[in-house]
Design a protein around this ligand. Structure first.
Ligand SMILES: [Zn+2]
Ligand SMILES: [Zn+2]
Length: 197
């Protein structure tokens, strides 16, 4: 493929097509000629190293779209889809969920920040990302966006009973053989009442 062809730049890293680290990088320079389509697929089985930052990813992470020139920087418009399984915040069991979202992201070179405080404030308001070097790593963007999509305190179900604080048993699977849990909490109440007596 000639370097000036406007065809899709496939930045998929799969065993069949090993490529250099920078193959996931979309360079601003390349966008001066034409927009660059991208199609990234990261699979936990084959791209474990790329996904170490997001162990919650359980299925293929797919990010495809198009990069266009935006001033000194670039704009990424695309669709992100991935299978994740964050741990329930109470019982720690993995919760299978699908992340699916349209993305419209703006990236400016860090050098823009140095120029004036006004630019900096404006840029931060507009939710702009920054990059140093020649461009933006699409895989890095996909990882960031998946991390942002992870729920803060996921629950496997609204009434998850969590783990027993003494034996660690998953109480969703049935009661454990520890004494009833009421005592500790009532003790706290009793100690509150004492001074008022
Ligand atoms: Zn749970
Ligand atoms: Zn227990």
């Amino acid at each position: 493929m000639a370097p000036t062809t406007a065809g899709p730049l496939t930045v998929s890293i799969r065993p069949a097509r090993p490529c250099a680290d920078n193959a996931l990088l979309i360079e601003v320079q390349d966008l001066r000629l034409h927009p660059v389509p991208f199609d990234l697929r990261l699979a936990p089985e084959t791209d474990a190293a790329e996904l170490t930052a997001v162990p919650e990813v359980t299925g293929t992470l797919h990010f495809h779209g198009q990069a266009t020139l935006a001033g000194e920087g670039l704009q990424l418009r695309g669709h992100l889809q991935g299978e994740i399984a964050p741990a329930c915040s109470r019982c720690l069991e993995p919760i299978a969920m699908t992340v699916e979202r349209d993305l419209d992201l703006l990236y400016q070179p860090e050098s823009v920040l140095g120029e004036s405080a006004e630019v900096e404030i404006h840029a931060r308001d507009a939710d702009v990302g920054f990059f140093s070097g020649p461009g933006v790593d699409v895989a890095e963007v996909a990882r960031e966006q998946i991390l942002l999509a992870l729920p803060m305190q996921p629950l496997c179900r609204p009434d998850c009973r969590g783990l027993c604080t003494r034996c660690g048993a998953n109480l969703n699977k049935g009661a454990c053989s520890c004494a009833p849990q009421a005592d500790e909490r009532w003790n706290a109440l009793k100690s509150l009442r004492k001074p008022a007596r």
